[in-house]
Design a binder for this molecule. Structure first.
Ligand code: TLP
Length: 345
């Protein structure tokens, strides 16, 4: 009999629990394009409430949530400021240029966040030669920064400068609840100063599908139109929202994923692996492996452990609902076996 594969590629790989499947099977549904799906309406209201915003919009994916937000905040040719490692720039296939016709100005900074001063310097005065500066897009936790959770002392000053300069702020909060748990700060507080926020139900929270975009009602009304234009107006999708409602309750257990990631990180460091230590870590572990990321992925997979790369020189391990303590112990054993193939950078 083959061993169970331990899958640390992403927290997107979880399978819906029995309770979720039951909730999906029995969900009260209607046609959401007519606004008549009671389960979707409940999910949208619940997400908005938890994040302290007026209204919510259920969308199929985190990518659509971000792109609909960019569309609803901007006009064609408007300038959006974003960190060069952010998902909405790095992993969304140029969609902001394709759909919104936005001009992206890329900024640098520690752990996926530029400073308020860097933003102030980048925003140019109104002038016929410049695009209209319109939107700042932030991300929390920050994926390519190793899942770093960013506290209000770092996020709020950036948002304050954005608003002072007349810009809107969107937060890609695909893993916002991970940040909330790690920072012991309510999610609503983390995003208090933001104009819109997207959260993913299908990552650490364990739903099979879905994200919610929240903001004020006028913004969500515009976003609803763009969702329809992109083909994201679903019908009896309450079967998905039912899983999403249960997923929101999983926010309380994310600490377990963080503890397992800590155990993994500490074990790897003890073995001599160059594993990052974000200032506030969550459910990810990044290992620097110059030139060896692909061979390590292959060797681990042969031993029943799956993880992904982030470029040629970095491995990413992500803990989630479907990973337990035994899996972490086994993963560490496998890394011990791979030690001879590894060279730190
Ligand atoms: N991230 C995926 C991959 O696309 C990299 C992953 O495995 O981490 N925002 C952030 C911060 C994300 O990490 C992701 C997915 C998204 C948005 C997009 O969500 P989906 O995959 O639902 O479109």
């Amino acid at each position: 009999m083959g061993q169970k594969r331990i899958d640390l590629r992403s927290d997107t790989v979880t399978k819906p629990s029995e309770a979720m499947r039951q909730a999906m099977a029995h969900a009260d549904v209607g046609d959401d394009v007519y606004g008549e799906d009671p389960t979707i309406n409940r999910l949208e209201a619940e997400a908005a409430k938890r994040l302290g915003k007026e209204a919510g919009l259920f969308v199929p994916s985190g990518t659509m949530a971000n792109q609909v937000a960019i569309l609803a905040h901007t006009e064609r040719g408007d300038e959006m400021f974003i960190h060069r490692d952010s998902h909405a720039y790095y992993y969304e296939g140029g969609a902001a240029a394709l759909w919104a016709g936005a001009m992206l100005t890329l900024l640098d900074g520690e752990e996926g966040l530029f400073t308020a001063d860097a933003l102030r310097e980048a925003v140019r005065p109104a002038n016929i030669h410049h695009p209209r500066p319109r939107l700042v897009s932030l991300e929390n936790t920050h994926n390519r920064a190793g899942g770093a959770a960013l506290g209000v002392e770092r996020m709020d000053p950036v948002m304050a400068v954005a608003h002072e300069l007349g810009l809107m702020v969107h937060i890609d909060g695909a893993r916002l609840f991970n940040a909330a748990v790690a920072l012991a700060t309510p999610a609503s507080r983390l995003v208090r100063e933001a104009d819109s926020v997207s959260i993913c139900l299908s990552k650490g929270l364990g739903a099979p599908v879905g994200s919610v975009l929240v903001g004020n009602r006028a913004f969500i009304d515009r976003a609803r139109t763009y969702r329809k234009w992109l083909g994201g107006g679903m019908r009896q999708a309450g079967v998905l929202a039912a899983a999403g409602l249960l997923a929101l309750d999983n926010a309380d257990r994310l600490q377990e994923d963080h503890q397992r990631a800590d155990r993994l990180r500490n074990g790897l460091r003890e073995m001599g692996y160059d594993a990052w230590e974000p200032s506030v870590p969550t459910n990810m572990v990044m290992i620097e492996t110059p030139g060896l990321a692909e061979p390590l992925v292959k060797a681990a997979l042969e031993r029943g452990l799956a993880f992904g790369t982030m470029g040629a020189r970095r491995i990413r391990l992500v803990t989630h609902l479907d990973v337990d303590d035994e899996d972490i112990a086994r993963a560490l054993e496998i890394f011990q076996e791979l030690r001879s193939q590894y060279r730190a950078g």
